[in-house]
Design a protein around this ligand. Structure first.
Ligand code: SF4
Length: 655
């Protein structure tokens, strides 16, 4: 894929600026509630430092754990080795149709074009990635690949490639794209996912997502291959507490993404045991780790916050850089990840990236270091020294500024196209400032956004994790209960979940009967056996999961392991066999949590996950969602649009 040529397309630039500002606003709102932020930053920095210094040891530990859980691990020295190994795996399993959930590492190794050249078809399943794949663009951002496109452009792209008129509103447009992906999941013979963190001690791969596409990609095909750079390693699951807080907050302003998966080796699925492969990539990372000045670039969590705040990135998103990793972090990685490059002149040294980086990487300082080592530095140094003389003498500066403005009048600037960016503006910043600031800031202050036809109102609606008011629906009854109190109860509502407290199977059955709008499907697991009996007694029709691929249920009911009030999350073990796919296509997912497990801390939940013998545990935080179209929130992206958490106790109200 080649980068789009028209880098200065005004609508793209506006879309990039609007989307990145929204992401930063969401982050700011959440950080106001996180006084411990500097402590977590220090913790993750120390932890990453430990891994980068001793990475061969951690890679060996992860490898032996994953192999112990039935997975196959391959260490790839470079992109070519990784590509060829993935091809070999596909050929071994006869896979020609491959699905992939968002992975920057896959872009780093040029996987899609390579597989295509070998006659294999790879479909991206993340909505944003799917759109840019159809458009033939590389991703515009680390976490929001289609942020340069507005809804009209996306609608035109989907209409052109999918052969039908696509709607233009974000909600229907999302559902249209999700529907187009369904047959691709069903025919796929292999699924490829990225990895956000890999816990070496337990051999657990941690994957964060919002849409539900990663869950489908990792569990629908008979083969799952995970691809990661070794810089995703952390010593243990327990050490992940700061990382789980920092990454979603910095990326999307969420306490936690809608889904966090913990995969451990080979999964058991309705069609039998799934083959599992893990490819661990070096591709220049060991060279970077050996560089004492710049190795902290390997602490990066790939949150994208440094892109959102960068004034250079705003001018043309990732396409300005011509490499997979853009922004300040891309500048640091460029000399080390092959083919080596020098992007050090793509930085204004404003320093804002250092302020927002959750891993506390000294991005501007390290860019300055690389710039001084770059060949072109001497020329720039001479130019900068001359500019320093000019700027240091106000009369001389004003003379040159006025002359330049006269020599390059307004009319000729218009005809210069993208080169006009290098000419002086029609009036100086100081003159504009005196006239009263920019119009855009006033507009944004007064903005009222409708995310979905009248469903969400207010600035919160545009931000994942801050769904605002859901009109006409009960949001939460948690505050009425005695199990989770005050601010903690509000976190479930903030994530968009409905929370209720019920005692005994009769109450549970009556609640399900009263709230379901269609078919009820129950997992065949212990807490639901008596609920099934009660539903029968009440004469309410229901189904118990069989050998079906994701029934089109209204309500899917599964047991949960516990709830985490801090993030508003509920833990589920998808288990094995038919129950795995039960909630995928349901409108509403209902999770039953024993009352005694309703108030786990993040650390306790990670310990429970680490101690579990399950191959797969997921944490659900509100319904699935996406903000891939103009950063506007749409619920029910590629999974349930409602999540109900039922804290249940026994017949007499005891847990
Ligand atoms: S360098 Fe820091 S801010 Fe930039 S993507 Fe990495 S973790 Fe995020």
């Amino acid at each position: 894929m080649t980068p789009p040529r028209d880098l200065c397309n005004t609508s793209w630039r506006q879309a990039v600026q609007a989307a990145t500002h929204r992401a930063l606003e969401a982050r700011e709102r959440l950080l106001a509630d996180y006084p411990e932020w500097p402590i977590w930053r220090r913790q993750i920095k120390n932890l990453k430092n430990e891994v980068v210094r001793n990475w061969p040891e951690y890679v060996a530990r992860l490898r032996s754990q994953v192999e112990g859980w039935g997975g196959v691990v391959y260490l790839a020295q470079d992109a070519s080795e990784a590509r060829h190994y993935i091809l070999k795996v596909a050929q071994k399993h006869g896979a020609r149709r491959i699905i992939q959930s968002k992975s920057m590492t896959a872009h780093e190794i040029g996987l899609e074009s390579f597989l295509r050249s070998q006659g294999l078809k790879l479909t991206e399943t993340d909505l944003g990635e799917f759109i840019v794949q159809l458009a033939g663009h590389p991703p515009a951002h680390l976490t929001a690949p289609a942020l340069h496109l507005n809804r009209h452009q996306i609608s035109r792209i989907l209409s052109h490639h999918l052969g039908q008129d696509a709607p233009e509103e974000p909600g229907p447009l999302t559902r249209y794209a999700a529907k187009a992906l369904v047959p691709r999941y069903e025919e796929a013979e292999m699924g490829i996912t990225g990895v956000n963190f890999a816990a070496a001690r337990e051999g657990v791969l941690v994957c964060l997502e919002n849409e539900g596409n990663l869950r489908l990609t990792a569990s629908r095909p008979p083969v799952h291959l995970a691809l990661m750079g070794w810089d995703k390693l952390v010593p243990s699951l327990e050490a992940l507490v700061p990382g789980l807080r920092l990454l979603p907050a910095s990326a999307t302003g969420q306490r936690l993404t809608s889904l966090v998966h913990f995969f451990r080796g080979r999964k058991s699925l309705p069609h039998g045991d799934q083959a599992f492969y893990l490819v661990i990539l070096d591709h220049g990372r060991s060279r970077l780790a050996a560089h004492p000045e710049v190795r902290e670039a390997l602490y990066c969590l790939r949150c994208g916050a440094c892109l959102n705040i960068c004034p250079v990135f705003q001018m043309g998103a990732a396409y300005l850089y011509g490499r997979v990793y853009p922004g300040a972090i891309g500048i640091l990685l460029a000399p080390f990840l092959p083919p080596p490059g020098d992007l050090t002149d793509m930085c204004t040294q404003c320093g804002s990236c250092k302020e927002v980086c959750p891993a506390d990487i000294d991005l501007p300082g390290k860019i300055r270091y690389l710039r001084q080592k770059a060949r072109s530095f001497r020329i720039y140094h001479t130019l900068a020294a001359s500019a320093g003389v000019l700027l240091g003498e106000p009369r001389m500066f004003r003379f040159f500024e006025a002359s330049a403005r006269r020599l390059l009048p307004q009319g000729s600037r218009k005809t210069l196209g993208w080169l006009s960016g290098f000419g002086p503006a029609s009036e100086s910043f100081w003159t504009r400032w005196k006239k009263g600031g920019s119009k855009r800031s006033k507009r944004s202050k007064n903005r009222v956004i409708l995310a979905e036809k009248g469903l969400f109102i207010g600035g919160d609606a545009e931000t994942p994790g801050f769904p605002g008011k859901v009109q006409g629906h009960e949001v939460s009854r948690a505050a009425e209960g005695h199990f989770v109190k005050g601010g903690a109860a509000a976190r479930f509502a903030e994530a968009g979940s409905t929370v209720v407290h019920l005692a005994g199977p009769q109450e549970l059955a009556r609640y399900l009967a009263a709230t379901a709008r269609g078919e009820i499907w129950l997992a065949e697991q212990p807490p639901l056996t008596r609920v099934a009996l009660e539903l029968s007694r009440l004469g309410v029709p229901f189904c118990q999961v069989g050998e079906h691929w994701a029934p089109e249920a209204d309500t899917a009911v599964t047991p949960g392991l516990g709830a985490i009030p801090e993030t508003g999350s509920v833990m589920v073990a998808p288990g094995s066999g038919p129950a795995v796919w039960l909630p995928y296509k349901a409108r509403r997912h209902v999770v039953l949590v024993p009352l005694g497990q309703s108030a786990l801390s993040l650390k306790e939940a990670l310990t429970l996950t680490a101690e579990s013998r399950s191959h797969w545990i997921s944490w659900l935080t509100g319904p699935t969602r996406t903000a891939d179209i103009e950063k506007l929130l749409v619920l029910g992206a590629q999974g349930p649009e409602e999540l109900t958490i039922i804290f249940y106790s026994g017949d007499h109200g005891e847990s």
